[in-house]
Design a protein around this ligand. Structure first.
Ligand SMILES: [Zn+2]
Length: 297
C-alpha cells in the first residue's frame, strides 16, 4: 500500500486524470478468447488468464485496490485460486496487486530485471514518478533470463523475454495451443505507446519485438495488448508501422540537429493522430518521448 501512495503523489504532477481515478467505480470485465484463455479488463494493464484442470495462471494484476474485484471475476470462472502470476514488466499498473496475490499464495514469475527493479528505489523519469522498494512478498519468487514454459491446462504457455522494448525486463506470453499472445506494454492498441527509456526501453526494441510477434502470429491469432482493446495481427502490423514511421522521422530530424520545438512543429505523427492520439499520451507528448529517447542513445 505504501508504494501505491507514492505512485499517486508522483502521478499528481504527471497525470492528474490517473491520480483522480476512483477504483470503486472500476468494473472487471472477462472476455473468453479460447476454451481456457480469458482477458480481463478494468483499470491498468490488461490481464490474461489460463484456467483449466491444472491451475489458474495469470498475467499481470493491475492495481492493489482492484484485487478483490479481480478475485471475484476469476471466482465466476473457477473455484481455484491463482497459482502462477507472470509479470510482463515491473510497472505499477501491472504489478499493483502483487502483494495481495503473493499473500494469497500465488507464485510470482518474471524476468530477472523485474525483480531487480522492484527490489530497490526506482523511477519512471518521463512521467516524473518515483517508487520505493517493494516488500518481499510482492517480488517475483521465480525469475528467468530468457524464457520459461508452463505446461498447464492442456496448453503450452511460453513466457519469452524481449530485449529493451517497453523496459529492459519485458516478457510476452504465447498461449500456444489457444492461439493467443499477451504482449504486455510492448503493444498499445489504438493509443500511442509509452516507452520507458529510464528503465532501458527503446523504440527500436518495440519495433523489433512487433516484427517477432508478427512472425509468430497467424491471421486469426488473438493478441492481448498491455493497453487498449483486444487486437488482431493486422492491428499489430498497423502499430508496428506507425511506431517505425514516426520514430524514423524524428530520428532523421535529431541527426539534422533540430530542436525539440522544431520537431514538434513539423508534426511527424500528423496522419496517425486521429486514431492513436487520444489515449495516455497526446501527439505532442508522444513526439517529445521519442525525441528524448533518440537523444539518449
Ligand atoms: Zn508499462
Amino acid at each position: 500500500m505504501r508504494a501505491f501512495l507514492i505512485v499517486l503523489f508522483g502521478a499528481l504532477a504527471a497525470a492528474p486524470a490517473a491520480a483522480q481515478q476512483d477504483f470503486s467505480k472500476v468494473e472487471i470485465k472477462a472476455d473468453k478468447l479460447s476454451d481456457t484463455v480469458y482477458m480481463l479488463t478494468g483499470a491498468g494493464g490488461n490481464i490474461g488468464l489460463s484456467i483449466g484442470e491444472d491451475a489458474v495462471f495469470m498475467v499481470d494484476d493491475q492495481f492493489a485496490p482492484l484485487t478483490p474485484k479481480i478475485q471475484e471475476a476469476i471466482g465466476k470462472l473457477t473455484p481455484k485460486p491463482v497459482k502462477f502470476l507472470v509479470k510482463t514488466h515491473w510497472h505499477f499498473d501491472h504489478t499493483g496487486g502483487n502483494e495481495n496475490f503473493g499473500k494469497a499464495g500465488a507464485l510470482i514469475v518474471a524476468h530477472e530485471n523485474v525483480r531487480k527493479r522492484m527490489s530497490t528505489e526506482n523511477a519512471i523519469e518521463f512521467l516524473g514518478m518515483k517508487f520505493k522498494a517493494e516488500p518481499r512478498v510482492a517480488l517475483p519468487t521465480i525469475t528467468f533470463a530468457r524464457d520459461s514454459v508452463f505446461n498447464l491446462n492442456g496448453d503450452e504457455l511460453h513466457v519469452m523475454h524481449v530485449a529493451n522494448a517497453h523496459t529492459d525486463g519485458d516478457s510476452i506470453v504465447h498461449f500456444r495451443k489457444s492461439n493467443v499472445i499477451h504482449m504486455g506494454d510492448t503493444f498499445f492498441n489504438k493509443l500511442y505507446p509509452f516507452i520507458d527509456t529510464s528503465s532501458g526501453g527503446s523504440a527500436a526494441g518495440v519495433i523489433a519485438n512487433a516484427d517477432r510477434v508478427l512472425k509468430m502470429a497467424r491471421e486469426d491469432t488473438k493478441i492481448i495488448p498491455g493497453h487498449g482493446p483486444l487486437a488482431s495481427r493486422a492491428d499489430l502490423k498497423a502499430y508496428r508501422d506507425m511506431v517505425a514511421t514516426v520514430s524514423g522521422r524524428i530520428q532523421r530530424q535529431v541527426k539534422a540537429g533540430r530542436t525539440l520545438a522544431q520537431v514538434i512543429d513539423s508534426k511527424p505523427s500528423a496522419e496517425f493522430d486521429a486514431v492513436w492520439g487520444k489515449g495516455f499520451l497526446n501527439p505532442q507528448r508522444f513526439v517529445e518521448m521519442l525525441y528524448k529517447g533518440v537523444q539518449k542513445k
